[in-house]
Design a protein around this ligand. Sequence first.
Ligand code: PMP
Length: 399
Amino acid sequence: FGWWDRVSPAAKDPIIGVTEAFLADTNPHKINLGVGAYRDDEGKPVVLQCVRNAEAKIAGCDFMESNATAVGSKLVEESVKLAYGKDANVVKEGTFAGLQALSGTGACRLFAEFQRRFHPESPIYFPDPTWSNHPNIWRDAQVPVRTFQYYHPVSKGLNFAALMDDIKNAPDASFFLLHPCAHNPTGVDPTAEQWREISYQFKVKSHFPFFDVAYQGFASGDLDMDAQAIRIFLEDGHLIGCAQSFAKNMGLYGHRVGCLSVLCADAKQAVAVKSQLQQIARAMYSNPPIHGLLLVSTILSDPETKALWVKEVKVMANRIQQMRSTLRESLEKLASPLNWEHITNQVGMFCFSGLTADQVDRLVREFHIYLTQDGRMSMAGVTTSNVSYLANAIHEVTR
Ligand code: PMP
């Protein structure tokens, strides 16, 4: 019997496809602007010193499973402080349900499942555009997926009026996924004032804000500043959901460390919500691997290691910011007739360049520069030594 006869190949993930093509290219000038992973000015992946220090601290420790719950609780406690603020009432009073998750993706997946269990009819709204995996994650949890307007292709900034309209026009009590900082793929974030208006409208409409925090620290270099959207919603008394990833800001991609938290009306509700999240996780993967959990909980709970991490986050954010300025200046020096202000106006790891699919194709074919068809460039792939080659190539395909 032909069990799998009807199976045809799945569509390739757009980002993984770019990396494969980059790896297969033997040209010495090739640049990978596809992946959202931090690279240093030599183009190399970085293991942060705070991670090295944490590794030394946990060397020889007991990796028994019995330990996992305690380490998980520590991680959750420290993660929620990062998101909501160390002195936030929700943290002090324990009115949140939190669970360690398999990085940001796993946190989103857990929440999607939880959402479907308790609000099976409610859709989730994603910004247009959003990280390409968001629709996959909620689709697989059988949650109806919708979009709200976000990006303005002409200004290459936020389409705030359209965004507010879509929030107002969505059915009351809808779920919305928000990127609190360093929006992927556009690098476009609302201002504090705009977040206040969004939060106000969410109150009016009783929408649920679900924050996907994958790049805390990468927008401004400051972890608290990058949580300002969450803090604004918190002040307004929303119950919030939050997926946190340590893949980028701690450079722990392969370790899959993250946290899901859901704010609740009181501590009793938090116990119930947490038990449901645990039940979902138990059936999906039981427990997360403990090694990465130990690394992150050590970094966050040891003051010296944490201070080092805070500094290292700033270094990464500054390097990216520097590359934005240099790329823009280089294009202006080439007398490009186009406006490149958005390169420095946008924040975080990505620049939504505005290049068309045809221009991207030319960058790949003629210049060995790899990026997704939507024109998203990972600024982490730009270095002092390749920035002028890149500027030149962009100028050539856009002149
Ligand atoms: N959310 C967003 C917006 C992202 O860009 C990413 C990573 N590309 C994630 C979540 C999840 O990343 P991870 O599962 O590696 O933590």
